[in-house]
Design a protein around this ligand. Structure first.
Ligand SMILES: *Cc1c(COP(=O)(O)O)cnc(C)c1O
Length: 472
């Protein structure tokens, strides 16, 4: 993990480095021989937090302690010097690292890397937007004193905040061109937009709220053929349904705020990357361990770090991710089928519906993890998540009338909750980008985004039914 090779190593520092190397070797063995052999649910519940460690270091606390302290004290100057030179895995100062965020990071790295034949690591961030910024920033560097035109290629169907970050902060304010892909399933369109100034490819899938999807493997192969990384926003799927890195993607970003923290307790993000990633950026450290690189260098200096309290809250929610996603996906399917038959509904968009144009493509990628090891299923089983949208007949006014009539479903610009939530993207999440941006992203004014929670689906259907009755 050596990040600073200019530091002179004193004999005293050497003692600490040898000690920590032994610890790292032990940890690596434990990961390879024990944790990597567990099923998804076991990793989600325990991560790297061990019984012996809890008893020896944390008074037996069965839940990962929340380390609210800003900083760590050292035994002596040698340990301090070794730590601050990143020669030993200590945490120093909470903006750089923290034991609570450490457990969160490892759990996510292992879940995103589940079934992947290689290593992954994670850098926690204060939000999903911070994760996206953190992930794209290292690819936008320029050589000293020379202006270089830079561009990247991204799916136009994406979260409203991502559209803002790319089109305003990067394009307008920094002159970094974002080339929007209109049809992400069209590999030719991706290919045509790549040139010698391209730095990375970026895709969100399934996209929020339009449920855009693309062939991850084909786009990853294209990226790699041009010596570029593919970055994927996998917020909606979560690792319980889709793990893009195992299909060739290099970096995954999450708004852990959403389904990963289904309780709704706070804002949270993460970047997960494969080790040894492919990029035309000339930086060996960045290639070797991207997450660690951004965590210890870039984010140390920018400061979009995650709060330890939030890390443990999200970690706690993630333990039951697989079963929650399964339940909510099944309920969403029921609700989608109900809405499809409703005379007041113009169209329903849900990847689980057979007539959705992207159903077949999504079915190749979206599987409930470990369904084949589950008593209930016993075989690979498709699940499509709990995000859907539909258009209310009669235009924007009717959509608002329906929306205002909801009684059980919450009206909020939120998703991924244990509680069902609906929003009208044109007046909320996608309001800032104007008519043109919305039309590019495929967001009509009468579209309602619905995220089905863990209530009994009959009660959600009853609420939708009474609200739709009112617009007849
Ligand atoms: C919400 C969201 C984000 C932004 O995440 P925050 O945690 O709100 O900063 C990014 N991508 C997707 C797909 C989202 O839904």
């Amino acid at each position: 993990m050596s990040m600073n090779d200019d530091v002179e190593i004193t004999p005293g520092m050497k003692h600490y480095i040898e000690h920590s190397d032994k610890y790292l070797a032990r940890r690596d063995k434990y990961i390879q021989n024990v944790v990597k052999k567990w099923k998804f649910d076991t990793i989600a519940v325990h991560g790297l937090y061990e019984v012996t460690e809890a008893i020896e270091d944390y008074q037996g606390s069965i839940i990962e302690p929340i380390f609210m302290s800003t900083s760590q004290a050292y035994r002596d100057s040698d340990e301090m010097a070794a730590a601050l030179a990143y020669k030993i895995p200590t945490w120093a100062y909470s903006r750089i690292a923290n034991p609570s965020t450490y457990y969160y990071e490892w759990t996510l790295a292992l879940l995103e890397g589940y079934g992947f034949n290689g290593e992954t690591s994670c850098c926690s961030t204060s939000s999903g937007m911070a994760a996206i910024m953190t992930a794209v920033q290292p690819f936008l560097v320029m050589k000293k004193d020379v202006y270089e035109p830079r561009n990247f290629v991204a799916t136009s169907q994406c979260y409203g905040g991502t559209y803002q970050q790319f089109s305003i902060r990067l394009m307008q304010e920094r002159n970094i061109e974002c080339r929007w892909i209109k049809d992400a399933t069209d590999i030719d369109e991706w290919t045509k937009n790549i040139d010698q100034n391209t730095r990375f490819l970026y895709g969100e899938l399934p996209s929020n709220p339009q449920l855009g999807f693309f062939d991850i493997k084909a786009v990853a192969d294209l990226a790699h053929a041009h010596n570029l990384p593919l970055i994927v926003d996998s917020t909606i799927a979560t690792p319980a349904l889709l793990r893009p890195i195992s299909h060739g993607a290099d970096i995954v970003v999450h708004s852990a705020t959403k389904t990963l923290t289904s309780s709704g307790f706070g804002i949270c993000g993460a970047v997960i990357a494969r080790k040894n990633l492919i990029t035309n950026i000339d930086n060996e450290q960045l290639k070797a361990d991207f997450s660690l690189h951004i965590k210890y260098l870039q984010n140390r200096d920018f400061g979009p770090n995650l709060h330890p309290l939030q890390a443990v809250m999200t970690l706690n929610d993630m333990r039951t991710l697989r079963s929650k996603i399964d339940l909510m996906s099944r309920s969403t399917m029921k609700v989608a089928e109900y809405l499809k038959k409703h005379p007041q509904v113009e169209s329903v968009q849900y990847l689980g519906l057979k007539d959705h144009p992207l159903h077949d493509l999504a079915s190749r990628y979206m599987w409930l993890v470990d369904a084949e090891h589950d008593e209930q299923y016993g075989k690979p089983t498709n699940r499509y998540g709990h995000l859907m949208s539909f258009c209310v007949k009669g235009g924007a006014d009717k959509a608002r009338l329906f929306f205002d009539g909801l009684q059980r479903i919450w009206r909020a610009t939120d998703l991924g909750r244990i509680k069902s939530i609906a929003t009208i993207p044109a007046i909320s999440t996608h309001q800032q980008q104007g008519e043109e941006g919305r039309s590019l992203a495929g967001i009509p004014p009468n579209m309602v985004r619905l995220c089905v929670g863990a209530e009994h689906p009959d009660d959600i259907i009853a609420d939708l039914d009474q609200a739709l009755y009112a617009v007849k």
